[in-house]
Design a protein around this ligand. Structure first.
Ligand SMILES: [Zn+2]
Length: 224
């Protein structure tokens, strides 16, 4: 079946009551013809004066591209609801589908007879969409005056930025990272060369779990 807004909304409310104890606040629900994901949860966030972060404006999008059975669609909706639940409760997971996600998924599968996964073929599409969503390609630069800068690079513009950033800013050193830290949400994904100043301590804190990459202008890969 192809999902309708009425169906997704109805299922969201039903599972919210049945599985999540009614804890999930209503959110914006949308349909999309996207091929790149089955379901997607997005939200905005802002940093408060006291340093805490408020997450808000959650949007659940379900793709109409795939012809799924009703049960598969429901599993997709619940999958995204787990992301919503964890994020909304400030649970920092070990990865996009880390230990907290898996624990909750396994419990729901067991208690409610569901078949939510993160690893079968259908879900691997979802997983890669999630990874794309949750991870950032970062260029960390050292400027001529020694200050540090950051560029969150649009995936399609990495090699363009590789060439342009040094030319425009006289960058001395460029380091590349893959990060899932939500701190980087607040930076726009650059398609044109732009460097944002960042302090050394912010860098240290937020690159702690980043994966170093090697970029040579033609290829970018994980540093071994
Ligand atoms: Zn997911």
């Amino acid at each position: 079946m192809r999902p309708t807004l009425a169906f997704v909304t109805d299922r969201f409310n039903y599972f919210n009551d049945k599985i999540f104890g009614g804890e999930l606040k209503p959110l914006t629900i949308r349909l999309s013809p996207a091929r790149s994901f089955m379901g997607q949860l997005r939200h905005s966030h802002r940093r408060n004066p006291d340093g805490s972060v408020t997450h808000y404006d959650y949007r659940l999008t379900i793709s109409t591209f795939y012809d799924q059975t009703e049960a598969e669609l429901e599993d997709t909706i619940i999958h995204e609801m787990i992301h919503y639940y964890l994020n909304h409760n400030g649970v920092r997971d070990t990865s996009a589908h880390g230990q907290h996600f898996r624990a909750m998924m396994n419990r729901i599968n067991k208690e409610h007879g569901r078949h939510i996964t993160i690893s079968n073929r259908r879900e691997s599409q979802q997983l890669s969409a999630d990874c794309a969503r949750h991870s950032y390609v970062l260029c960390v630069s050292t400027l001529p005056d020694g200050q540090r800068g950051i560029t969150v690079c649009a995936r399609t513009r990495i090699f363009y930025l590789y060439v342009k950033l040094p030319r425009l800013y006289g960058v001395k050193v460029m380091q590349w990272f893959l990060s899932r830290d939500t701190f980087f949400n607040k930076y726009p994904k650059s398609v044109t060369p732009k460097i944002y100043k960042i302090t050394e301590s912010e860098l240290t804190e937020h690159l702690r779990e980043a994966v170093p990459l090697i970029c040579d202008g033609k290829k970018i890969r994980v540093k071994k």
